[in-house]
Design a protein. Structure first.
Length: 109
């Protein structure tokens, strides 16, 4: 079967490979492996974004100087960041559960 996702080109006898390779250096062969590769970048990125949102909300909270409207806005930023990250973790665990139920362990992370 020709591997359509791996981006391999033969140029004057020299094989040039694209960036879509798996964690073990083998070419990505299906959509599940591609999703696993993308998730390996997105989940840590979501953690970094959460860190910045929490720092931003904490800074706004400290700088509110007791102003109720600014305190409410800062608390909303912190709450939204935590809820968003919680939803991300929940969806990841749900996908893992569904993959385990249907026996897709090789395709998704």
């Amino acid at each position: 079967m020709k591997n359509l996702l791996s981006q391999s080109v033969d140029f004057n006898g020299q094989e040039i490979k694209g960036p879509l390779v798996g964690a073990n250096g083998q070419p990505i062969e299906n959509l599940g492996q591609l999703v696993s590769r993308v998730l390996s970048f997105l989940l840590p990125l979501a953690g970094v974004i959460l860190l910045f949102v929490l720092i931003w909300g904490g800074y706004d909270y400290m700088m509110s100087q007791g102003n109720p409207e600014k305190v409410k806005t800062a608390q909303a930023k912190i709450t939204t960041g935590i809820i968003g990250f919680g939803l991300l973790i929940f969806s990841y665990l749900l996908v893992r559960l569904i993959a385990a139920i249907f026996g897709l362990q090789t395709g998704i992370i």
